[in-house]
Every structure is written in C-alpha cells, then in structure tokens.
Design a protein around this ligand. Structure first.
Ligand SMILES: [Zn+2]
Length: 143
C-alpha cells in the first residue's frame, strides 16, 4: 500500500490514546514485547499484539456553512478555513462550523467522484493518497 500522506497509528489497549507507530519501538525477538502508554496500559502487549490503523497524516476538516459542505485537508482548522477564503472565495464565515473528521468509516467511504463523467468513486483516504500539495480541497457538496 502506498502510504503517501498517510501514517500508521497504534492505539493503547487501555485508554485508546493514539501513538505514532513509527515511535512505538520494540524488540520482535524479546520474550516480553510490552510497550507502555502514559496511562499505564499497553500499546504493545507482552505477546506483541497491537491495534493498528492507517490514518491521514494531514488532518481532514469538515467545513459547513449552512448550505454547502466542504472537506479540506490542512494542518489545522484555521489553515483550512483560510484556504477556503483565499482559494475558493468563501464569505460569510460567521456561522461556519469546522470539525475534524476522525471517523474511520467516513474516511474510507467511497463517495467522491474521481472526475467528471466518471463512475469511479474515491474515499477521503484515496484522495489524500493522490495529493501532492496541502492545503487541498478534498470534496464539496457541489461535485
Ligand atoms: Zn493509554
């Protein structure tokens, strides 16, 4: 799998906290492979079990202005909103709601038409994976 713009996360078995998998190091050959979370729970169990998930390396923001829905990949919510104002001419940002999309099903749901006239649908993860430059518009309710 091409991991561009995506990263691997390990979840703590105790508290569910996310840990960047590249920073969770353990010895494959050790008898006890335990890696502890700050909560005292295990990120890696003694036998080496992990909870693994591929997630966006750049957060994806849902921007709703009451009539339209946009999804933007950007470093933070301010950058996402500024991008909509600068590049897409968004006005009336008084009542705009910006929330981060973390739901794994939503990130993998194939609902974005890949190109005009095509019948191929992509997920947010698919679009992220093809993106060269951020911030970027992932989808709008118009297309
Ligand atoms: Zn924990």
């Amino acid at each position: 799998m091409d991991m561009r713009n995506l990263k691997l996360i390990n979840y703590c078995w105790g508290c569910g906290a996310e840990h960047d998998a590249s920073e969770v190091n353990y010895d494959q050959n050790a008898t006890d492979k335990t890696v502890k979370c700050h909560c005292g729970g295990n990120i890696v169990t003694p036998s080496g079990k992990v909870q693994l998930q591929v997630v966006p390396a750049v957060p994806v923001w849902l921007i709703e202005d009451g009539s339209e829905t946009f999804r933007v990949a950007a470093a933070d919510d301010e950058q996402a909103l500024q991008f909509m104002i600068d590049d897409w001419g968004m006005e009336d940002i008084e009542d705009v709601e910006v929330t981060v999309i973390t739901d794994q099903e939503e990130l993998r749901r194939k609902f974005i038409l890949s190109e005009e006239g095509s019948k191929t649908y992509l997920s947010i993860m698919d679009v992220l994976n093809q993106t060269e430059k951020f911030p970027t518009l992932i989808s709008t309710s118009i297309w």
